[in-house]
Structures are given as structure tokens and as C-alpha cells.
Design a protein around this ligand. Structure first.
Ligand code: FAD
Length: 315
């Protein structure tokens, strides 16, 4: 039977939400084909994938794959793909997905539709172009249906408690790895992953210094969100570049994006304009960010942000 292969991604032993979204996306695109998820390396909860709609779950038990390396994962995935012979492959459009999918597509001599935000029957894929200013619809006429999905855009299926199956072990041979991850040093200001956060509070150069970012941490924490930043704030060393949102940073699609002291330069907007609700706080009523904001608050962020935190805390 034909099958679509979903490549699972984990963070600290738990599946990233985009993995469940990829299973749902595979189902939409597969037109009735089976969905097979593959887990590389550590697999504490591999059977959870059955509850989100996977028909089969494969596990490659090799600790060289616990941490992502392009070489290790591509060697493993190419062997799994050869064994499964799927009609389609789906990955999240994450740092890993963006890194490895072109490499796999090139080895498989296949096309690749990247950064898909929605799928209609056909399948017809919709993806943003020109930094999110337009959308194009793409179909794949023949060959492998290979695509990546933008996190937070395609809803995962509702979790079916009690759904189960047996995880099948698959063996592959990993040779001559040039890169070995010895230690992972974390550098984030919040526990919520920026690319999957449903609420983002982002600060710009208007924050004035690094210490002032704590008021954003507080607001984000009350909203169970993540803190992001403009490149202006990163360049000024108010925060780490891992927080940068925009054309040369992360692309995010949260339910709520609060832009604080950010002017709204086109390169920043490219990374957040598809957020569902945008709130801008800026003292300059002419700031460009207000052109794309659903709600705008003109005023001093140092007065407004603590008040918002206080009010949300009461709610
Ligand atoms: P500013 O433009 O300086 O804006 C600060 C804002 O804070 C102003 O609007 C001001 O009115 C407001 N403000 C100041 N004080 C207060 C206060 N007390 N209360 C309320 N409001 C206040 N930028 C990105 O963000 N992401 C990218 O990925 C990115 N990629 C780029 C790629 C290229 C090739 C280039 C050329 C540029 C890129 N940029 C990117 C930079 C971008 O052009 C802007 O320079 C940057 O976004 C500006 O950051 P900012 O809005 O924080 O700063």
C-alpha cells in the first residue's frame, strides 16, 4: 500500500508540535495513503504518534542520531526512504527541516515544496512568496510529493487517547560522521519555543537596553508565550540573535504577536506578518508597524507593558 513518510522531530524527549501537524498535513496530501512516521535516535514516547493519526511508526535506534547532524540524519533517512519507498515525505519547516530537506530532495532527484501553510485536495499546496507579500499555489504533477510545513499553520488532529500500535525498529548503517554533538548549551529566555509559540511578545530598539527586556519576559510569562526581537534589538545587544524575527531571522505565525518598540521595517514584517492578531505598541503614531497591526497602542512602552502584564495577571 502507498504510504507518506513523516519525519518526527523531538525536543528534550518530547515531540515538537510541528510533528503532529506534519502527520495531519500528510493525511491531507496523501489522498488515503497510509501515514508512516519515523523517529530517529532517542524515542521515549514514539507510540504517541499513533494517537495523532500515524498508521505506522518506525524507530531508528542509534544514539548517533539523538542530536541532529545533517550527515547522520541524511544517511539514516535515505536508508529508511529506500526501505519504505514512500509516495510522499513531510517535514516541519524548522531549522532541521530547512537544512535537510533540500539535501534529501537532491539525493532523491525529487522536487520540494517548502514552507507550506495550507493544503487543498489534489494536493494543492499554498506557500508564501516575496517575504510573505503574496501566496502561490503549487501542485506536483508526478514523482515524490515532498514538502515541508510551516509550524502553527496546519492544525494537528485531535489526540485519540488509547490509540496504539507497535513501533517497528528499523536498522540503518551510519558511517564516518564528521560531526559529533558533545554538549548542547541552551540560550533562550523562555521555555516556550519561539517558532511554535501561540503568543509572542517581541521587543525592538525602543526597549533601550538588555535589562528592560525583563518587562517583556514578564508579559510573555503571564501569557504563556515566548519573547522575540527585532534585528535592531539584537544588533544593539539587548538580546541574543536566537530571538530575531524577520527575513534573516525566524518566521513565526502565532495567534497573538505583540510588537513592542519595533518600527515595522519590511525585513521584520516578513517574519511576522502572518500572525493571526498583531498588537503594536509604539510612541510614534506614524510607525509603519501600525499599518499591519490589528490593534495599535500609541504611547510609552515602559508605561503600557507593565499595565498589560498587571491586567492579564488578573484575568
Ligand atoms: P527601530 O527602527 O529603531 O525602531 C524602534 C522603534 O521603537 C521606533 O519606532 C520608536 O518609535 C519606538 N520607540 C522608541 N522608544 C519607545 C518607547 N519608549 N515607547 C514606545 N515606542 C518606542 N530586521 C528585523 O527585525 N529582522 C530581520 O530579519 C531583518 N533582516 C534584515 C535583513 C537585511 C538584508 C537588512 C538590510 C535589514 C534587516 N533588518 C531586519 C533590519 C531592519 O531593516 C530594521 O533596521 C530593524 O528591524 C529595526 O529594528 P527596530 O524596529 O527594533 O528599531
Amino acid at each position: 500500500m502507498s504510504t507518506f513518510l513523516v519525519v518526527a522531530e523531538q525536543k528534550e524527549g518530547a515531540f515538537r508540535q510541528v510533528t503532529f501537524e506534519a502527520v495531519a498535513a500528510a493525511k491531507q496530501a496523501a489522498g488515503g495513503a497510509e501515514i508512516t512516521a519515523v523517529v530517529l535516535g532517542r524515542a521515549d514516547q514514539a507510540d504517541e504518534l499513533f494517537s495523532y493519526g500515524a498508521d505506522n511508526v518506525l524507530h531508528v535506534n542509534d544514539n548517533q542520531l539523538d542530536h541532529y547532524t545533517p550527515e547522520g540524519w541524511s544517511q539514516a533517512l535515505l536508508q529508511v526512504i529506500e526501505q519504505v519507498n514512500p509516495d510522499g515525505i513531510v517535514l516541519g519547516h524548522t531549522a532541521i527541516g530547512r537544512d535537510i530537506s533540500p539535501k534529501l530532495a537532491s539525493r532523491l532527484k525529487s522536487g520540494l515544496v517548502s514552507d507550506v501553510v495550507s493544503i487543498e485536495d489534489g494536493p494543492v499546496f499554498t506557500r508564501p512568496i516575496y517575504s510573505g507579500k503574496a501566496f502561490e499555489k503549487v501542485t506536483i504533477d508526478d514523482g515524490l510529493v515532498f514538502f515541508t510545513i510551516r509550524p502553527n499553520n496546519i492544525a494537528s488532529l485531535e489526540k485519540q487517547e488509547g490509540a496504539s500500535g507497535s513501533v517497528e525498529e528499523v536498522s540503518v548503517t551510519i558511517t564516518d560522521l564528521q560531526t559529533v554533538i558533545k554538549e548542547v548549551v541552551k540560550n533562550t529566555t523562555s521555555g516556550v519555543d519561539l517558532s511554535e509559540a501561540s503568543v509572542i511578545v517581541a521587543g525592538g530598539r525602543g526597549m533601550k537596553n538588555e535589562e528592560n527586556f525583563t518587562i517583556l519576559d514578564e508579559l510573555a510569562s503571564v501569557l504563556n508565550g515566548a519573547v522575540g526581537a527585532s534585528r535592531g534589538a539584537c544588533d544593539a545587544e539587548y538580546c541574543d540573535y536566537a530571538l530575531q524575527i524577520g527575513q534573516t531571522g525566524k518566521v513565526v505565525t502565532p495567534d497573538l504577536y505583540i510588537a513592542v518598540g519595533i518600527s515595522g521595517a519590511i525585513q521584520h514584517v516578513a517574519g511576522m506578518s502572518n500572525s493571526k492578531v498583531i498588537v503594536a505598541i509604539n510612541k510614534d503614531p506614524e510607525a509603519e508597524i501600525f499599518q499591519i497591526a490589528d490593534y495599535g497602542i500609541v504611547g510609552d512602552l515602559f508605561e503600557i507593558v507593565p499595565k498589560l502584564t498587571e491586567e492579564f495577571r488578573k484575568a
